[in-house]
Design a protein around this ligand. Structure first.
Ligand code: C2E
Ligand code: CA
Ligand code: CA
Length: 726
């Protein structure tokens, strides 16, 4: 059995003449202290009354104390002093500089020093730096406020500190460890534990009893005595301000003394308040940036980035939820015909209506264009989610004013719920999207629940997307050619090259299915490049078999993304297309991209290629633009040709496009001619060229050459036959 050391003996032996010192045993109980220290702290350390050093040190400094003790035990010699808040005789805290030194028997000699003004100034400087370091971008403001509270409390002995910060109408309150429930209730109206967690709106705060701030929340620092039965005798309130002088918080120091605070004390309050003001201002700025980055400026709903973050968050917690994908029907029509401003107006109204019918907890996003996504948290039956969708649809019941008119807005909705054990949010979103497209194909204005049938399509799409790159590289792509005729002479005028994917297991896959997939990635560039190359090769071949160079063209469809790509002209040059191609640029998505592509278009036309606007009438190409871009012609969309026999309006549209062509001296080609009546009507209107199943289907090269000869002689007059099918 080891002998218990004589603690008092140890203290005398090692204290080295210093007046404030104590000896701790290996469990950090205070075993002996100098009379001066005992008097200072007002504590009794005689045998039987030993208290642990940890009971005397402020809880906020425990971590620091533990680390220091560990290092004292581990490394011999004297350690640098550090300041701690230590409980004093009246139960309040005062700052003391403490340093430990390992002596015999595993005991520690504690050197205690009073904190003088110089030391205080030093500490303040160090702490300011620490706080600024902690307040890095993205830092938690409550944490920073907590540091400020500690800093102030350390420097103003015997005080309790509460800091309130106001950001965007919201109040964040943080208090020191010394606030107990009695004080908190008395002053703030909530228990101590609630102060940190309560971050109410200011108006809410008033109702919750935060009204106490009113007398204190002045624009100038001030001191007032209080008598409220909690022992607090006076309060110093110092406003925090942003650089423009707007108050954005308050530093309240609750004092147990009714004496007027010393000037040094007040200047520390001022310093902390200034730091707080700056930090809140910076935090506000960050928040504003963040809000702007995550919210759609038009509707105020979360944007695509925010949706992505929300999806990540859902994936992390693996909580069940459902998604509703919404797409407005005919939004493009509004944008094109009533203008962007009307389109914007419509989106804002729709966002408002949706928000008004969302159940609690559900959140609406606008990831782009006329798409909306609703995230509904929690486990729900699909019927319940469909019902939410129904409410969204019903909210659009009343017509919405867009520009000068009021229009009934329709939408297609797709619903997907996350099933048990299957909560990959990206997949749920893909399912909701797929269901939404199914609803759209179904004629729009309806809700569709994701089911097995749609699931098959999604997995087919994913399979195609996976294999597309290799398919282009491995020669699975092929071209078919659809003849186009001069409607007056009935002679062959050219062929449109249409791409096909000869898939090893799925058979022939059409461009309507895989071009959109290619457009979702860079692969569209490779695909179009392959088509340009192949079409140029064929065209050179055909010309090699001809004796005259009449006006015959190979027409190639290019995606808008290809038109926008840098170096497009060089792509054509690299294939050394001796004979220029006719390039079809669809008007369907948006004519806006023509703006970015205008330079490329000019260079292509300079190189002799012709530009034709495909699907004319469905997008936003204006007359003005046609003239500006030196376009060679337009192709009237199949929908107009289809409608012109049934509807006079469509017939008039076709007629006006034909007339437009004559005025601007550009060629007009009608697509999708399927009946004799259409052919006759178009010929009668004076439409220059025609293309369609009635005249000829797209066909493989051998079939084409059998019909028109190896050089595709233009002498071949049109005979109406329904032969090849592709
Ligand atoms: P598009 O340029 O409007 O091509 C016309 C589409 O209508 C072709 O379908 C053609 O087979 C079809 N068609 C022709 N005549 C008739 C008719 O009388 N009645 C009906 N109902 N349809 C007719 P396809 O080949 O499936 O092409 C679909 C779309 O895919 C094309 O529309 C074009 O936008 C795109 N596409 C085709 N080939 C390429 C390509 O090589 N590159 C790019 N980027 N897109 C392509
Ligand atoms: Ca085309
Ligand atoms: Ca077309």
């Amino acid at each position: 059995m080891t002998q218990t050391p004589d603690w008092d003996q140890l203290l005398t032996e090692f204290r080295d003449g210093s007046q404030l010192a104590a000896v701790l045993d290996d469990e950090w109980n205070v075993r002996s202290a100098t009379p001066e220290l005992t008097a200072l702290l007002g504590l009794d350390f005689t045998p039987g009354n030993e208290s642990s050093a940890m009971e005397i040190v402020h809880p906020a400094d425990h971590q620091k104390a533990l680390e220091a003790m560990a290092s004292v035990t581990e490394f011999e010699g004297l350690h640098p002093p550090s300041d701690y808040r230590v409980r004093n005789a009246d139960g309040h805290w005062s700052s003391l500089d403490l340093a430990g030194e390992a002596i015999s028997h595993g005991a520690i000699l504690l050197h205690v020093n009073l904190v003088d003004e110089r030391r205080r100034a030093e500490m303040l400087a160090v702490e300011q730096i620490e706080i600024l370091e902690t307040a890095v971008p993205g830092a938690n403001i409550e944490q920073v406020a907590g540091l400020l509270v500690n800093m102030l409390e350390r420097h103003v002995d015997g005080s309790i500190v509460i800091i309130h910060l106001i950001e965007n109408g919201k109040m964040i309150s943080v208090h020191s460890g010394a606030v107990d429930d009695a004080i908190a209730n008395r002053l703030v109206g909530v228990p101590a534990s609630a102060i940190q967690t309560v971050a109410p709106n200011l108006s809410e705060a008033a109702q919750r009893g935060f009204s106490y701030f009113e007398p204190f929340a002045a624009d100038l620092p001030h001191w007032r005595t209080v008598l409220d039965g909690t022992g607090i005798a006076s309060v110093v309130s110092t406003p925090a301000q942003d650089p423009n002088g707007n108050v954005n918080g308050h530093v309240e120091v609750l004092r147990f003394s009714a004496e007027r605070p010393r000037n040094e004390e007040l200047s520390v309050h001022g310093l902390v308040a200034r730091l707080a003001g700056l930090l809140v201002d910076r935090y506000s700025f960050e928040q504003t940036l963040e809000r702007a980055a995550l919210n759609d400026a038009l509707t105020g709903l979360g944007n695509r980035l925010r949706l992505t973050l929300r999806i990540e968050e859902l994936a992390n917690v693996a909580a069940p939820f459902s998604m509703i994908a919404v797409d407005l029907d005919q939004f493009t029509w509004v944008n094109n015909n009533l203008g962007h401003q009307a389109g914007d107006e419509l989106l804002v109204s729709v966002a408002k209506r949706f928000s008004s019918v969302l159940p609690p907890g559900a959140e609406a996003f606008r990831p782009g264009g006329d798409e909306f996504v609703i995230v509904v948290p929690g486990e729900r039956r699909s019927e319940a989610v469909v019902e939410i969708g129904q409410h969204l649809l019903e909210s659009l019941g009343e017509p919405i004013s867009v520009g000068p008119e009021r229009r009934k807005v329709r939408a297609s909705l797709g619903v997907a719920t996350c099933r048990r054990g299957d909560s990959d949010p990206t997949r749920i979103l893909a399912r909701a999207d797929a269901a939404m497209y199914a609803a759209k194909r179904n004629g729009g204005s309806g809700i569709r629940l994701f089911d097995a049938d749609i699931g098959m399509k999604v997995s087919r799409k994913m399979e195609l997307a996976d294999q597309l790159g290799a398919a282009i590289a491995n020669g699975q792509m092929g071209l078919v050619f659809q003849p186009m005729f001069n409607l007056a002479s009935k002679h062959l005028a050219g062929v449109e090259a249409l791409v096909r994917w000869d898939h090893p297991t799925l058979g022939l896959v059409g461009p309507d299915e895989f071009v959109p997939i290619a457009e979702e990635s860079q692969l569209i560039l490779e695909l179009d490049e392959w088509v340009i190359n192949e079409a140029s090769t064929r065209l050179n071949d055909w010309y090699a078999h001809r004796d005259q160079l009449e006006e015959f063209g190979v027409w190639v469809n290019l995606s808008a993304r290809t038109f926008e790509r840098p170096g497009l002209v060089e792509v054509f040059q690299s294939f050394n297309a001796a004979i220029p191609l006719s390039l079809e640029l669809t008007e369907r998505d948006s004519f806006a991209s023509f703006g970015d592509a205008s330079d490329a278009i000019r260079r292509l036309t300079d190189a002799g290629h012709q530009i034709h606007i495909d699907d004319f009438g469905t997008g936003r190409a204006s007359l003005h633009r046609l003239a500006e871009f030196d376009v060679s012609g337009v192709k009237i969309d199949r929908a107009f040709v289809d409608g012109m026999i049934r509807s006079d309006r469509y017939r008039e549209v076709v007629q006006s496009i034909v007339e437009l062509g004559q005025t601007l001296n550009i060629s007009v080609t009608a697509e999708g001619i399927e009946s004799l009546e259409q052919l006759e009507a178009l010929t009668e209107l004076g439409c220059g060229h025609g293309q369609g199943y009635l005249l000829a289907r797209p066909m493989l090269r051998p079939a084409l050459e059998t019909r028109f000869g190896q050089g595709l002689d233009l002498g071949h007059a049109l005979t109406i036959s329904s032969g090849e099918t592709y």
